[in-house]
Design a protein around this ligand. Structure first.
Ligand code: ATP
Length: 924
């Protein structure tokens, strides 16, 4: 077989293409041929867009204003023959670049690894069997099945289409879905006009199709253009951008201050060289150069932690937004419930049946509660009800290691199991009533229909199953126990339906219609004039972990809402079991407030803002209404997370502040639109991600509050020295040493700080509030002043005692480092003391502290360090003063936090008393 590229395939009939590709539309490739082709074509992987090479990325580390300043300083000092200073500055620039490069690479690698975990799967026909495989295993000649929600896994020539619509925006930029077909196209048809081809990475938004793979990996259309796409800067979030902007502003201010320092010093008659070095020291010291890297690292650690807890972040800003989430709108089935369906009750032909047995196994009994003596086999309607559930079904059950599992949709699995308990076998029934055509289940239609060869030679039978409101509205008659058609008693059926739904059962309505013998296909228009056969009610218990996660969200000030396609009463019953109360207020004994899709459609957007905030359960909601709901919640000032799995959920997922897609049951379209994917579809995972998101933000704030006083303190020390006209207490190389070593060994350890125990009892963070509140700015100023007084004071003290410059500077450097080291323990929590947190709860801090102390001893006593950094050994008396300053600084901040804690406690007690009094007042 020649390698076929899609240049001419659109102009050939499908049969010819299949022949050219050496494959069979009914069987697919055989295993031997498959192996040959796999060896020849390799995996179906789009080569990653070639980003910048490692050398270029390394060189870019030097492309920052700070490094320009440092390089200029190094060049000028070299020009002035200050070789050691120049060498140290160069070395520091280099080390900084290496660290920046490594940090950036590991963060980017971590994120790239995450995208790998969300690889596409494909349904493929091989050796006559349908399989679900990773799309990387596809080869030219494979027969692939597409259905709504799929991502096209390779370039395909379609040979069977049913209303297929594909969103090709990934390829063409055109967001309106394209209708596909199988006919031959003109030779000169452009890429978009080749309607009989489907291209890799495009998304199926509607319908189904079958196609043959003609290009994989780099040979696909996307493979061609991916070489042209440069890698997006994935490491950016609103916060990193804000911090980059803040750093740039700071840079200008500091450079201005450095110039002023230089001029003031020169005007005062100080030597220009010394003033130049002072200006460099000020610039180098005051710029928080480690901040952007620390933010990226903390965010990527957060992403990795979330992945460990089964939440895959697809868009980095989500990590930040999660911490501010005020509302989580969750699907019911599979997210709040276990999605293990078991039919427990059947209502058909005037009889109520109880079905025993658990799981999907065929073991169990169907007991007639209405007429205990009458067997199910004698109730014609009940038998038809079971048969309809079995035939109008695209799933199967399989026994694996003694456990029955469903392959496909759990709702359908339950119907196969109930039919088996009634004595009906899926294989035999399918053979007896072969399927001719099908309308598959889609959320927006809420039913499925399948056309079968009838028992009588005259006609064919249409079986329908679906949501009660929809199927009953299309029914005109009902079957009685003897098999007679009688007029539909809609009120009675609704009463029966409600009696099941209030117990939290998912209810499916089964119906049928007789069609003429020559009908070969069915459309939605054919689904009417139905005969109601019966109801099957299935249990889907709440996930126990969802119950506690909902409680955790509520105590964290996050409202949880259920948005489901299921019946209002079923949804309300499950919501009650889970403990949903919507607005976060007290639970209503009659159950949470419910609004149905129909009621929702009657409300204006303005009305919806209030309603959306109060109502806890939205039932029979269409995906389009989900979009309206998210918009209403956002208009009410909420930060909303919304779950979804279907194709039509994509707009709502995109609109939500955090779009959450289901990793197991979700379509590729939903995953593509989402900010986060749950690998276990579990509500508890959303709660875990919110918790991690809060933790990330906490740790970022802690780092900023820790790092800024060093910069500010150092800047103040230099300014004070210039204005006082004394020698510099710290030299530029020493400042570089302090910033680099403390940033790496102290500050970075805060990124590993475990989450504080009360993290999920605080209200969500308002994204509009600045990272640094007044309290934190006050604390930063306080510590900066302590550094100024401590470093400057001990420098002058040492000089006064007759020490040389090197000795006095070593004392000053050690004061700054030790104050930072003790202050680090204060920064482990912004409010609590380290004893409340547990002294050893973050062992990384101790590793960092130990390393820092060792480094400082080297700095002070190792001759080569003395030579490099102009430091000198100091005695015990100096160490006592250094440690005393650091301890005093620690105690001052500790006191400040303690006072604030007491004050806040008292204030919150006051608020509670006030609120209670107010509530009592209102009640009266
Ligand atoms: P959620 O949005 O919480 O996941 P859901 O799974 O009930 O809720 P849909 O999948 O949209 O939402 O289903 C809506 C309704 O359609 C169900 O309540 C049920 O009555 C019916 N239904 C579900 N699955 C099928 C199916 N495979 N065939 C026919 N009808 C179905």
């Amino acid at each position: 077989m020649d390698v076929l590229i899609g240049e001419n395939l659109h102009q050939l009939p499908a049969d010819e293409v299949l022949q050219l590709l050496g494959t069979d539309a009914e069987k697919g490739l055989d295993i031997l041929e498959l192996q040959t082709r796999q060896a020849r074509f390799g995996p179906n992987l789009i080569p990653a867009a070639r980003g910048l090479g490692p050398w270029m990325r390394f060189l870019l580390q030097f492309h920052t204003p700070l490094v320009y300043i440092l390089l200029a300083a190094a060049a000028i000092t070299a020009f002035l023959h200050e070789w050691v200073d120049s060498g140290v500055i160069f070395a520091v620039v280099l080390v900084n670049a290496v660290i920046g490069f490594l940090q950036e690479s590991s963060a980017a690698k971590a994120l790239a690894a995450l995208t790998q975990t969300t690889l596409t799967e494909a349904s493929v026909l091989r050796a006559g069997e349908m399989r679900r495989i990773s799309s990387t295993e596809l080869v030219p000649g494979d027969i692939v099945f597409l259905q709504s929600g799929d991502k096209v896994p390779a370039d395909l020539r379609l040979f069977h289409c049913r209303d297929l619509q594909v969103d090709e925006s990934a390829l063409t930029g055109e967001s309106v879905p394209v209708n596909k077909q199988v006919d031959v196209m003109a030779a000169n048809a452009s890429l978009e006009e080749r309607r009989n081809l489907a291209y890799t990475s495009t998304l199926v938004t509607y319908g189904q199709a079958r196609g043959v793979v003609f290009a994989t990996g780099a040979s696909t259309e996307v493979g061609h253009i991916s070489k042209l796409i440069s890698t997006a800067d994935v490491l950016e979030t609103p916060l990193t951008l804000k911090i980059a902007k803040f750093s740039r502003l700071l840079l200008v201010v500091i450079l201005g201050l450095a110039c002023v320092t230089f001029l003031v010093g020169c005007l005062r008659g100080q030597p220009a060289f010394e003033m130049f070095m002072a200006a460099v020291a000020l610039a180098v010291g005051a710029i928080p150069e480690g901040l952007p890297a620390a933010v990226t690292i903390t965010l990527s650690i957060g992403v990795a932690r979330m992945a460990r807890r089964r939440a895959i972040i697809r868009k980095l800003p989500a990590v930040e937004t999660l911490g501010s989430t005020t509302i989580v709108c969750s699907d019911k089935t599979g997210t709040l419930t276990v999605n293990q369906m078991t039919v427990s009750e059947i209502l058909a032909g005037d009889s109520r049946y109880e079905v025993s047995g658990t799981g999907y196994g065929p073991l169990g009994e169907i007991k007639n509660l209405s007429e205990p003596g009458v067997a199910l086999a004698d109730n014609f309607a009940a038998r038809e009800c079971l048969l309809a559930g079995l035939l109008c079904n695209d799933s199967a059950l399989a026994e694996k290691a003694g456990r029955w599992e469903v392959q496909g949709d759990p709702t359908e699995g339950a119907l196969i199991a109930s039919a088996a308990k009634g004595g009906l076998n899926q294989k035999e029934s399918s053979a007896h009533f072969p399927r001719i055509d099908v309308i598959p289940f889609e959320s927006q239609h809420q039913y499925m229909a399948s056309l079968h060869e009838g028992k009588s030679p005259v006609g064919r039978k249409l079986y329908v199953k679906g949501a009660a409101e929809v199927v009953l509205s299309k029914s005109v008659a009902m079957l009685d126990a003897s098999g007679r058609k009688v007029p539909l008693d809609s009120a009675a059926v609704h009463r029966q339906l409600e009696s099941l739904a209030v117990k939290g059962l998912r209810v499916l309505v089964l119906a049928s219609a007789e069609l003429p013998g020559d009908v070969t296909s069915v459309t939605h228009a054919d689904v009417n004039q139905l005969t109601f056969l019966g109801l099957q009610g299935m249990i889907d218990p709440p996930r126990p972990e969802a119950i506690s996660a909902v409680r955790a969200c509520q105590s964290a000030g996050i409202h949880v809402k259920m948005i489901t396609g299921d019946h209002a009463l079923t949804a309300q019953a499950i919501a009650r079991q889970i403990g949903l109360n919507g607005g976060g207020g007290t639970a209503r004994p009659e159950g949470p407030l419910v609004l149905t899709g129909r009621e929702l459609a009657e409300r204006s957007d303005a009305q919806l803002i209030d309603i959306a905030a109060q109502v806890a359960v939205f039932a029979r909601v269409t995906p389009e209404q989900k979009l309206r709901l998210v918009r209403a919640l956002q208009a009410g000032g909420h930060i909303a997370a919304m779950t979804g799995d279907g194709v039509n959920d994509a707009p709502a997922l995109k609109q939500a502040d955090i779009g959450v897609a289901m990793g197991v049951s979700g379509t590729e379209v939903a995953k593509e639109a989402a900010d986060m994917v749950l690998t276990d579809d579990n509500f508890a995972t959303i709660e875990a991600a919110v918790e991690e998101g809060r933790g990330v933000f906490d740790n970022l704030t802690k780092f900023i509050v820790w790092t800024l006083p060093t910069n500010m303190g150092e800047g103040l020390v230099i300014l004070a020295a210039i204005f006082a006209g004394t020698t510099l207490p710290i030299l530029p190389v020493q400042i570089l040493w302090i910033n680099m070593s403390t940033g790496l060994f102290l500050g970075l350890m805060l990124a590993f700080e475990p989450k504080e125990p009360d993290i999920m009892t605080r209200p969500p963070r308002d994204p509009k509030t600045p990272i640094l509140t007044g309290v934190l700015i006050g604390r930063i100023l306080l510590v900066s002043l302590v550094i100024l007084v401590g470093a400057f004071g001990s420098f002058e003290w040492a000089l006064g005692k007759g020490s040389g410059d090197a000795h006095a500077r070593t004392v000053a450097v050690n004061v700054i480092v030790m104050v930072e080291l003790f202050y680090l323990f204060n920064c482990r929590s912004l409010t609590k003391s380290m004893f409340q947190l547990g002294v050893f709860s973050n062992l990384w801090i101790w590793v960092g502290v130990g390393s820092m102390v060792a480094l400082q001893l080297l700095f002070t006593y190792a001759p080569f360090m003395n030579w490099f950094f102009h430091s000198a050994p100091i005695g015990w008396d100096a160490w006592w003063r250094i440690l005393l300053t650091a301890v005093v600084a620690h105690l001052i901040v500790g006191m400040e936090k303690w006072i604030r804690r007491k004050w806040t406690d008292r204030a919150s007690v006051g608020v509670i008393v006030f609120t209670e009094n107010k509530a009592r007042g209102l009640e009266r």
